[in-house]
Design a protein. Structure first.
Length: 150
């Protein structure tokens, strides 16, 4: 498996509000630039998605894949893994860890581990991972804070 990368960001909203945006997979195409389509394939009895199909197009990388999700009871951790290899990925594991801060904000830590089907020099892979994570966290922050201001 590939090395994992981790990044954090502080979002001006409580963890429950951040978790609600992360778990609203149907809305991802509205606020995540690379996501073209999402489809909840399976749900748990409580209504949370257990498997979600993603169609992405990030210019140099287009792919369709299904992720299986697991949730901490208090939604302080949302994790996923690739159900089966896709055209571009052999494996993917990731998580969001949400920690409430005394000032009402939330620290979100995003961990991602991707093993591509195509070869990529380590230096370029790490740069791509950093860009993907950086973009994802900034877009999540923008979406949550815009929803809170509305």
């Amino acid at each position: 498996m590939a090395d994992s990368s981790t990044q954090s960001i502080i979002i001006g909203a409580p963890p429950a509000q951040v978790a609600a945006v992360i778990c609203d997979f149907a809305s991802y195409p509205e606020w995540t630039e690379a996501v073209r389509r999402t489809e909840v394939v399976e749900e748990y009895e409580d209504g949370y998605a257990s498997q979600v199909r993603f169609t992405i197009d990030a210019g140099v990388m287009a792919d369709e894949y299904v992720l299986a999700y697991g949730y901490a009871e208090d939604l302080s951790r949302i994790e996923w893994h690739l159900v089966a290899p896709s055209r571009m990925q052999k494996a993917q594991r990731g998580s969001y860890d949400l920690v409430g801060n005394p000032d009402g904000t939330c620290t979100v830590t995003y961990t991602l581990e991707v093993e591509l089907s195509v070869g990529m020099i380590g230096m370029f892979r790490r740069k791509a991972e950093k860009m993907i994570m950086d973009t994802a966290l900034k877009q999540l922050k923008r979406r949550v804070e815009a929803a809170g201001a509305a």
